[in-house]
Design a protein around this ligand. Structure first.
Ligand SMILES: Cc1cc2nc3c(=O)[nH]c(=O)nc-3n(C[C@H](O)[C@H](O)[C@H](O)COP(=O)(O)OP(=O)(O)OC[C@H]3O[C@@H](n4cnc5c(N)ncnc54)[C@H](O)[C@@H]3O)c2cc1C
Length: 253
């Protein structure tokens, strides 16, 4: 497995960055997006499709590992307005039709095919592939995407953000001037967590998550119940409701 985790691109010292040469050391853009995860790629795509000049700086090189594989039906209308639905469907991620919980002795089922939901299914994705696909889609929509380029500091003119300094993995440094900034740097929080220190954690979500992946030799009881609850003749592929269950000190799905 590559050092960045499952799905991460192996780092190739010799190859260098394919994007390094493109970097202007003092450039201008209408909108600067910091971070190329789903939030950054989505914002950049939507703005580019509206005719804005958008530059996106992403610290890593994609594909890179990321947690967060299980997606909800509300994703699908967003993919539609981004024009990315077809590419995501074509990729062949596992379709998820709901969820089934074997939770501390209780069992309950959540179905996505009800009239109050925006779609009857969603996807269980490999995030490295999903995020890469969205970032490439943003590039195809005209977004100037620079990977392996980390935003270091945001400059202000009074209360207004006006520029960002960055460094590339290969030692270059520069500054990009913009009219609007989208900080989509996730947990890193370029502005809120690092620079302004205004990030506040919601009391309910003051949790710590330790996670891992395991390969089960055969479906567990909750998995079998989920499959049979979804259909009297469960399909043989992996699509269906995602099963979740508890263990004494953890949960698994
Ligand atoms: C244990 C766990 C389980 C989860 N499970 C799920 C799940 O099942 N389903 C689900 O929908 N969500 C899940 N999530 C949440 C999900 O991971 C996040 O909501 C999602 O990744 C947020 O996307 P984002 O684009 O905002 O941030 P990210 O995907 O984190 O993207 C931020 C990007 O910004 C880049 N970046 C950071 N700093 C800089 C910088 N200075 N300059 C340039 N780029 C920078 C990073 O490299 C990264 O690519 C889970 C989270 C955790 C912790």
């Amino acid at each position: 497995m590559p050092p960045g985790g499952p799905g991460a691109a192996p780092y190739d010292e010799e190859r260098g960055s394919p994007y390094d040469e493109e970097l202007g050391v003092d450039e201008r853009t209408q909108v600067l997006v910091a971070g190329g995860g789903p939030a950054g790629a989505t914002a950049a795509t939507l703005l580019a499709r509206q005719g804005f000049d958008v530059t996106l700086l992403e610290r890593d090189r994609f594909p890179r590992y990321h947690i967060g594989e299980s997606l909800l039906p509300s994703l699908l209308p967003v993919l539609d307005v981004m024009g990315a639905r077809e590419a995501v469907e074509r990729h062949g991620f596992t379709r998820k039709t709901g969820a089934f919980y074997g939770w501390s002795g209780q069992e309950w089922q959540l179905r996505f095919d009800t009239s109050d939901r925006p779609a009857a299914y969603s996807f269980q994705v490999i995030r490295s592939e999903f995020d890469h696909l969205l970032l490439e889609h943003a590039r195809a929509q005209g977004v100037r995407v620079r990977e392996e380029t980390q935003v270091r500091r945001v400059g202000f003119d009074g209360y207004r953000t006006t520029s960002a300094t960055w460094t590339s993995r290969y030692g270059r440094a520069g500054q990009t001037h913009f009219r609007c900034l989208v900080d989509a740097s996730g947990r890193a929080g370029v502005l809120a967590a690092r620079q302004l220190r205004t990030r506040r954690f919601h009391d309910v979500f003051r949790n710590v998550a330790a996670w891992g992946y395991c390969a089960a030799p055969r479906p567990c009881r909750t998995h079998r119940r989920a499959r049979s609850a979804s259909s009297p003749c469960p399909s043989t592929d992996e699509s269906g409701p995602s099963p979740s269950t508890t263990a004494p000190s953890a949960s698994a799905w």
